[in-house]
Design a binder for this molecule. Structure first.
Ligand code: HEC
Length: 248
């Protein structure tokens, strides 16, 4: 949690910040309100804007109770004095004030709201997938300004973080994962193994090893329930140097 992990994006390299409770190098001086504001509005305690590479566009869906539990956990970790590394992002993308306008266009407000027409399991899965596991930050394509295209929710992105291709994970039979069962999805999130017995690589493998594989089976089952219910979207995600049938 001491920061320094670089993430390559089309706008440059961003380095994760120190989120240990060190009073100067980390977030040890933050109040509860500071933490909630950062996670839901992308605002630093001094009022400046965070770059959306910090996925507050997803975390903003978290309930205040969960946010404060998360802060409690972070504040229980050893404090690291590691100083934050400067992002390597060229002009004009290195400017923070324009993010005010970016947020007006792309940052929605408000926390997760249950859909009463759906089951408890589905709602739990939607909450976990969209607010915490932030699947869409990689699997939903972005527009030229880096905003997520809501109409293509989870339909795959050719330019995920690190330039990795994130496949279409909607249940489209032809271009997505329509052939996968809920058990297949749950098994992938737990082990990183696909139905064809191949393992996922790169950032997905990292997200599973460091994250999703630690979730209790009931939560993974809920996420599979939600994912299998997504509207199928036809989108053949292929890399730049392959022939594209899809006009991006
Ligand atoms: C940090 C980026 C990132 C996040 C977050 C992420 N994924 Fe992925 N995902 C990827 C990448 C990249 C791949 C491609 C891996 C490969 O090719 O081996 C992938 C592959 C997959 C696959 C395999 C699809 C196929 O057709 O082979 C599934 C299913 C999947 N992700 C589901 C999810 C779900 C569900 C979540 C949220 C719980 C999630 N991913 C979060 C980046 C991400």
């Amino acid at each position: 949690m001491a920061g320094g992990r670089g993430i390559q994006t089309p706008f440059g390299i961003f380095y994760g910040s120190n989120i240990t409770p060190h009073p100067e190098a980390g977030i040890g001086g933050w109040s509860d309100e500071d933490f909630v504001r950062a996670m839901t509005l992308g605002e630093a305690p001094d009022g400046s804007h965070y770059f959306p590479v910090f996925p507050y566009t997803s975390f903003r869906l978290m309930t205040e109770t969960d946010l404060l539990h998360l802060k409690d956990y972070l504040f229980s970790l050893p404090a690291s004095p590691k100083v934050n590394r400067e992002h390597e992002v060229p002009f004009p993308f290195n400017l923070r004030p324009p993010l005010y306008f970016w947020k007006l266009m792309f940052l929605e407000k408000g926390s997760f709201e249950k859909d009463p027409s759906k089951s408890e399991l589905w709602n739990r899965g939607a909450y976990l997938s969209n607010a915490l596991a932030h699947c869409g930050e990689c699997h939903t394509p972005r527009n030229l300004l880096g905003g997520l295209k809501a109409s293509m929710h989870y339909a795959g992105s050719r330019e995920g973080p690190e330039g990795e291709l994130a496949p279409n994970i909607t249940p489209d039979q032809e271009t997505g994962i329509g052939a996968w069962s809920k058990q297949d999805l749950q098994w992938l999130l737990e082990t990183g193994m696909k139905p064809d017995a191949d393992n996922v690589q790169g950032l997905m493998a990292e997200a599973i090893d460091d994250g999703y594989s630690h979730l209790p089976p009931e939560d993974l089952k809920a996420m599979a329930e939600y994912l299998a219910s997504l509207p199928p979207i036809k989108n053949r995600v292929i890399s730049e140097n392959q022939d594209s049938e899809q006009d991006w």
